[in-house]
Write a protein that binds this ligand. Structure first.
Ligand code: ADP
Length: 610
């Protein structure tokens, strides 16, 4: 007799332990969790009824009516458990357009009707008992009805799961399919060998398995955290994409403003007008820096900012930095002093764009926050093996930074003494970006400051020394020094879908006395080259609808004998773009707004060769 109880007693102890842990742990309030609570609850009820019912059968003669009541109650509780599992299967297999709550409610109504029908059937259908020496079980139409009802519910789960397989999250699919298979095996065993009494054991086993796989509160918590993290990542990516698109959109009109202003600056304008044009250029420059800053910070936050190393001429970077700083000084009564270590190797290997950006940020701040006195810009180096440690220091006699603010200096959007500095433009992003870039380049930045007296920023960055450079070292000319060569007889084709960009390029190229042709798509460009039209240079915008500049170039390269130097033009000016375009087959790259100096370099390099 004990053998008949063993399964049930063990199952009851086991499920009670699991439910104690389950209800003790902190849980998330989801529909699935609530359905699972019911599954545990009804499993305990099934086991209690089962135990009582078996005990009563062994004493059949004492309480004959109670036997029938408990045996039928057991069948009803089994159907209730199966219905709850059906609601669970339907809830977890919702598609993205369905609301879990609504589906759960709808299935609960069907479930309730099915339960009422089953209860009536079980009450009115006959049930008999079989008692042998070693086992005891019930049989008859009520029991058979329960098996058929269970088989029907299992068929419903299978159809639902097969139809919604792709919506059942992968993790949930395996346990649920195993439960379905287990329940089928259990039901069949019980049907063919009724004396086994495994039904309540199967329901416990499935409920316990669910606890260890998908309904464990810890697993649920992690799952919810993962969902929250995925959503945050998605939102962050959407924000980065939005910022990147915005930056591209802002650069396009800015290209027109800078381009036309640069062209006007070179005209014989009255002094006052010339100054105004220079102000427009300066203002556009500030706007461009803000756009670049926002783009950089969004990339840093999305972990998408990369360091792109290449050979570069360090002295040229220094010259550019000095020229830019002097231009930014304007008419401030400041002495700008420089001291550069002459032993710094001419060609270094690193990300020159980011090195320049970092130093320019520090220099610009020194200029912005110093009203009188001087700024010392020093670069020293320590060489060991093929590594050159650059030690860059910028010291100013400016407003200084309070000691308590130094630790907050590199956090984004932090700006200090706003009442005093209200007239100084800034976004509070510069130093946050600077620090992140220095970290990415494995460098260090240190700040010393005395409030009211001045500040000193020291940066140390290691760069590789290039002993046999593959790049040419040339002297950089400032805008005023540009000597525009006369390239009469040369023909340049500009391809850009934006009419304003075509006008700007035409205006900037006019100074070189070249013949200029403009078209607004890649298809026409391919047509012209196929028709053997001759050009000495093609300036090709990359981001064009229907066919991008890169795609156009690939098609051009398939034309036999194609050898026209082609320069990529893009407003998507991020670090590493030049390398990307050169590896895509372009001869060089110009970012928008087009820099007059860069344009001059490219035109001279290419047209002199042709
Ligand atoms: P922004 O200059 O655009 O405000 P930064 O991130 O470059 O943003 O600088 C953050 C803040 O640090 C500035 O607003 C300023 O208060 C302070 N700061 C930075 N450099 C200096 C400096 N050389 N002298 C005094 N204060 C400075």
């Amino acid at each position: 007799m004990i053998g008949s109880f063993l399964f049930q007693i063990c199952s009851l102890i086991y499920i009670l332990l699991i439910s104690a842990i389950y209800f003790y742990k902190k849980r998330i309030n989801t529909i699935e969790n609530n359905i699972y609570k019911l599954l545990i609850f009804f499993d305990i009820i099934i086991l209690i009824i089962d135990l009582t019912s078996v005990t009563l059968i062994y004493n059949m003669d004492i309480f004959p009516i109670l036997n029938i009541i408990f045996a039928k109650l057991f069948l009803v509780s089994l159907i209730v458990w199966e219905i709850i599992l059906t609601i669970y299967v339907f809830t977890i297999s919702c598609n993205e357009n369905e609301n879990e709550k609504k589906i759960c409610k709808k299935i609960s109504i069907y479930g309730l009707s099915f339960l009422v029908f089953s209860v009536l059937a079980i009450i009115f259908l006959p049930l008999h008992f079989m008692r042998e020496t070693n086992y005891v079980y019930s049989y008859g139409l009520a029991a058979q009805f329960t098996y058929i009802a269970t088989a029907f519910l299992i068929a419903v789960w299978i159809i639902r799961l097969l139809r919604r397989l792709k919506y059942v999250k992968r993790k949930k699919c395996t346990p649920i399919v195993s439960y379905v298979i287990l329940t089928i095996i259990g039901a069949m065993l019980q049907f063919y060998i009724p004396q086994l009494l495994v039904v309540s054991f199967v329901s416990t086993f499935v409920t316990a398995l669910m606890y260890f796989t998908i309904e464990n509160p810890d697993v649920k918590m992690i799952e919810q955290l993962n969902i929250a993290r995925d959503q945050a990542e998605k939102a962050n990516n959407a924000k980065s994409e939005f910022l990147s698109n915005m930056s591209h959109e802002i650069r396009t009109p800015l290209n027109a403003i800078v381009g036309f202003s640069q062209a006007l600056e070179a005209e014989n304008l009255p002094e006052e007008a010339k100054e105004e044009v220079q102000d427009i250029i300066m203002a556009s420059q500030s706007l461009l820096e803000i756009v670049n800053g926002i783009l950089d910070i969004s990339k840093i936050e999305a972990n998408k900012l990369e360091i792109v190393n290449a050979e570069y001429d360090f002295n040229r970077i220094l010259e550019e930095l000095v020229a830019l700083s002097k231009a930014r000084l304007g008419d401030k009564p400041l002495e700008f002093r420089t001291s550069f270590d002459p032993t710094i190797p001419a060609v270094l290997y690193g990300d020159h764009t980011r090195i320049k950006q970092v130093i320019l940020n520090i220099l610009t701040n020194a200029i912005k926050y110093t009203h009188e006195g001087h700024i010392d810009f020093k670069v020293n180096s320590v060489i060991s093996g093929n590594i050159c440690r650059l030690i860059i220091s910028v010291e100013d006699t400016g407003i200084g930074i309070k000691q308590e603010n130094i630790s907050k200096l590199f956090s984004k959007f932090e700006r200090f003494d706003l009442e005093q500095n209200i007239t100084i433009e800034g976004t509070g992003l510069g130093l946050a970006i600077t620090k992140k870039l220095i970290d990415l380049m494995q460098g260090k930045i240190v700040v010393q400051s005395v409030y009211g007296k001045g500040s000193k920023f020291i940066i140390a960055i290691d760069q590789k020394v290039v002993k046999t450079p593959t790049i040419k070292i040339e002297e950089k000319k400032t805008v005023s020094e540009i000597t525009k060569k006369d390239f009469t007889g040369k023909k340049i084709l500009v391809v850009d879908d934006n009419k304003m960009n075509l006008k700007v390029a035409t205006r900037l190229l006019q100074d070189y006395q070249v013949e200029i042709e403009t078209i607004d798509n890649g298809f026409e460009c391919i047509e012209k080259i196929k028709n053997q039209e001759h050009f000495d240079l093609i300036l090709m915008d990359d981001m064009m609808p229907k066919m991008t500049g890169s795609e156009t170039l690939q098609k051009l390269k398939e034309i036999e004998g194609y050898h026209i130097p082609t320069i990529a033009l893009t407003a998507n000016a991020i670090s590493g773009m030049k390398e990307k375009y050169i590896s895509a087959g372009f001869d060089d790259y110009l970012s928008k707004p087009i820099d007059k100096l860069e344009l001059n370099r490219v035109i001279n390099e290419i047209l002199n060769k042709s």
